[in-house]
Ligand binder design. Structure first.
Ligand code: ZN
Length: 150
């Protein structure tokens, strides 16, 4: 499956070089900071909810290719989702890269986020890939304190 791997690599590099939604949110946004001391990745996730819907999600920060691309793809995946859908996506994504491996149907349901499925083989990178998600989750729950992967 080396073609697939190359494709995944390309998507990750594209989002690293041109991160989507890389900005502070306008107006009244919830925010949460995340830090991965193992790699040095720092991310701040901004979240604007409209009732139960994720109206806007964006991020700022400095990090490695995996953490930046993961945050970028996360913002694209979450916009417009309901709170429950966002929670499900978070769990599925987490399972995909930390668990024994989600079923192929579940990985498929993650769409572009599947590009991180290979991260499972690199435990050190798992924290890079999940950092923005943990920060998003903290923002969603309205927790003020920073998130650390350690
Ligand atoms: Zn990293």
């Amino acid at each position: 499956m080396s073609d697939l791997r190359e494709l995944y690599q390309e998507v990750i590099l594209d989002h690293y070089r041109r991160p989507r939604n890389f900005r502070e949110a306008e107006g009244d946004a919830r925010r949460a900071d995340g830090f991965n001391p193992l790699c040095g990745d720092r991310v701040t996730v901004f979240l604007v909810m409209d009732g139960d819907i994720v109206r806007d999600v964006s991020f700022k920060g400095v990090g490695c290719a995996i953490s930046t691309a993961s945050a970028s793809l996360m913002t694209e995946a979450l916009k417009g989702k309901t709170r429950a859908e966002a929670e499900t996506l978070f769990t599925r994504f987490h399972d995909m890269i930390t668990g024994p491996g989600a079923g192929s149907a579940e990985t498929e349901s993650l769409g572009k986020l599947a590009v991180f499925s290979g991260v499972r083989d690199y435990p050190v990178r798992v924290k890079c890939a999940t950092l923005a998600w943990h920060a998003f989750h903290a923002a969603l729950e309205g927790r003020g304190e920073p998130v650390s992967t350690e």
